[in-house]
Design a binder for this molecule. Structure first.
Ligand code: NAD
Ligand code: ADE
Length: 464
């Protein structure tokens, strides 16, 4: 870890990329009007002055505009990424040099990834952050697991035992917590006490928050920005459209037209992926468990089958369910030579990567970064897996476009402001909240001018 002249701690790949990052941040600012408007409206009154914000969200150029909006509003910020492959190193360098503490680089190991989250949460002797911006819930998870482990230690004297779980990533989480407890066995309790709340953006992590609320285990208030319309219908439903095919083509040079592409899951993200593949000329087939989503797909002219029906015929497989074990190693064994397999869901358990990696005699050939051809010994046949089964649009392409991200990130900024301004009023309990509809409309309206739209005003008669 190093420190800039202005005192920001950082660990990024290459500080020499900071000027390049700054140029792209300036281009993105022009395309993110609602965030920029937050700066001009709220900046002068510094409403976030005194707030320490930790962000765990893909460290991209668009995220840089969010971070600098939060600092313009007065916050102090520490940041890490939401995925081992999603950081844009020039964005990380520019932010580390100019605005905030950053711990993120493209191609972290899972151990490094969790180290970065720990560093972003660690505000020194004074404890943790006041607010968290989360995308995927990993910072939230570390605190919840840390508190659980500290309580167990206090009651039984036992430290976390990483081999007690067979989940490789969770072993890392337990190791980080265990090692930290040797120097401070109350670290996460202190964080929990200080925390005012979290804003969370992604579907699967929001589902976890609701589950914690129902169990009574949620430790601080949460604002679910995923269910703001300006998030779900722009970030999820249109956000992946360019980056989905872009990721496939950049990785493999594949001609999508004429291919058979299977999309698993027809929620917001699956709809977006299916539309993009259709537009690129693929024949799309869908798998679903939900009859309504299945009917929606049929009405769009998309066939609905099971994975078993199509596994040996399709050329491209994309999982977009947010669920686990969607494509197993048995499915992969049945695929055509050089079928392409990827996941756009938030977590890395949709495709059975451990099953593939541990298949006896399987060989891995990396054709370019985050693109691996896996060849089975008996058939000499191989499949191409992108971004090691992790979310492909951020791992293997330039993620969501500015405007979709601007909607999403403005919701985060408003949620952070709301939590901070109401911190002493008791308005927010240890529950999950959504932003009111008028704020959603405000976020949308702040983008209209940029796109040359003029809104018709509702007359009193029509309103009545
Ligand atoms: P969603 O809940 O709207 O849709 C998921 C769909 O998958 C549902 O229709 C569900 O019925 C279906 N499904 C569940 N299990 C299935 C199974 N076993 N087989 C087939 N279908 C199944 O969720 P969403 O908003 O579309 O998000 C999907 C995932 O993408 C989540 O993990 C979310 O966090 C993530 N996400 C990623 C990005 C990105 O940039 N990569 C952006 C937004 C959301
Ligand atoms: N999620 C999807 N696209 C993103 C982007 N461009 N930056 C940060 N998070 C994202």
């Amino acid at each position: 870890m190093e420190r800039t002249a202005s005192g920001h701690e950082y660990k990024v790949k290459d500080m020499l990329q900071a000027d390049f990052g700054r140029l792209e941040i300036e281009l993105a600012e022009d395309q993110m009007p609602a965030l920029m408007s937050c700066r001009s409206v709220f900046g002068p009154s510094q409403p976030l002055k005194g707030a320490r914000i930790t962000g765990s969200l893909h460290m991209t150029i668009q995220t840089a505009v969010l971070i600098e909006t939060l600092t313009t509003l007065g916050a102090e910020v520490r940041w890490c990424s939401g995925n081992i492959f999603s950081t844009q190193d020039h964005a990380a360098a520019a932010i580390a040099r100019d605005s905030a503490a950053v711990f993120a680089w493209k191609g972290e190991t899972p151990q490094e990834y969790w180290w970065c989250i720990k560093r972003a949460l660690d505000w020194g002797l004074g404890g943790g952050p006041d607010l968290i911006v989360d995308d995927g819930g990993d910072a939230t998870l570390l605190i919840h697991e840390g508190v659980k482990a500290e309580e167990a230690y206090r009651n039984t004297g036992r430290l976390p035992d990483p081999p007690s779980t067979d989940k490789a990533e969770f072993q890392i989480v337990l190791t980080i917590i265990r090692d930290g407890m040797k120097t401070d066995p109350k670290r996460y309790h202190k964080m929990k006490e200080r925390l005012v709340g979290v804003s969370e953006a992604t579907t699967t992590a929001v589902e976890r928050l609701y589950r914690m609320q129902a169990n009574g285990t949620l430790l601080f208030p949460a604002i679910n920005v995923n269910d703001s319309i300006t998030q779900s219908k722009f970030q999820n439903l249109c956000g992946c459209r360019p980056s989905g095919p872009d990721g496939l083509m950049m990785a493999t040079d594949v001609e999508i037209a004429g291919k058979v592409a299977v999309v698993c899951g027809y929620g917001d993200v699956g709809k977006d992926r299916a539309a993009a593949l259709k537009q690129a000329g693929a024949r799309v087939i869908l798998t679903e468990i939900d009859p309504i989503c299945a009917l929606q797909a049929l009405m769009e002219g998309i066939q609905v089958l099971t994975l078993e029906d199509v596994v040996s015929e399709a050329d491209i497989f994309v999982t977009a369910t947010g669920n686990r074990d969607i494509i197993t190693v048995d499915h992969i064994r049945k695929m055509k030579n050089n079928a392409i397999v990827c996941n756009i869901g938030r977590f890395n358990n949709a495709i059975d990567m451990p099953g593939l990696e541990n298949f006896p005699g399987v060989k891995r050939f990396t054709t370019n970064p985050q693109t691996d051809r896996w060849v089975f010994p008996d058939t000499e046949s191989g499949v191409i897996v992108l971004a090691e089964g992790r979310l492909v649009n951020l791992g293997r392409a330039a993620s969501h476009p500015n405007l979709a991200t601007s909607c999403s990130f403005t919701n985060h900024a408003i949620a952070q402001l709301e939590l901070w301004m109401e911190r002493h009023t008791g308005k927010y309990e240890k529950k999950v909240y959504v932003l009111p509809k008028h704020l959603d409309e405000k976020v949308a309206s702040l983008h209209l001018g940029k796109l040359g739209a003029k809104l018709t005003e509702l007359s009193k008669e029509h309103a009545d």
